[in-house]
Design a protein around this ligand. Sequence first.
Ligand SMILES: [Fe+2]
Length: 272
Amino acid sequence: MSAPTVIAHISDLHCGSRYHIPSLAKRVIDELNLLCPDVVIVTGDLTDMGFRHEFEQAKNLLDRIACNRRVVMMGNHDARNVGDEHYAELFGARNSELEHGGVRVLGVDSSEPDLDTGRVGRERYRWIEERFADCLDEVKLVAMHHHLVPVPGTGRERNIVHDAGDLLRVLANNGVDIVLCGHKHVPNVWRLEDMLIVNAGTCCTHRLRGKVRPCYNIIEIYPQGRVRVLRKEPFVDGEVVADFSDINRRHCRWRPGVRASELDEVIVEDLL
Ligand SMILES: [Fe+2]
């Protein structure tokens, strides 16, 4: 089998917080440098309060990862205290794009100034459509901080983006294959139609819910639509938590613009 494109998905470092564990952060970076992933995606909350020194600490940490293909997102904690100004200076645009190994990644900002809640917003839908418009054979991956769909074990639900329904429709209509999220420090994988929605835990803090432990994700994307998701706790072997061999839409029972009465024909056609 061909080698996969390997994506390391880490999240919620919370540099500057009393819950941040520097030794664990160092361990995660050492592990990533052994893994040598093709791409590193950081789904936000680099800092705890959006302060300059916290962003600098996060930047120093992330710069020690020996992979320069990185997508680094803002989280709600980073948006505190006008933290977006420091983020822009140290990490660049809040929405970003990267292409490698047959995967097109869009980093989509879901943060709002000084709010814990998030939204992506109509103004970014067109940009998402445009960036995926010429993406025929590539895997389409979106990274964002807040949750796209509810995640069990996170307490009272207030973590999905305000425009989750509309955003889901945009992502589904544009054939997005994988969505990566962070935010509540609870790892999870949902499959919704043909879209995998993968949440990461916090990689290096004590800000934990229930019995969840610090962890991150390793995502292996193989040709022909196979995707494996491994959950990795620092110091512990990775565990395969999802292995899908058919994310290439062949078995999808719903298509935008197709009426329910036409579905049977579509499915038969697809399987021929
Ligand atoms: Fe968050």
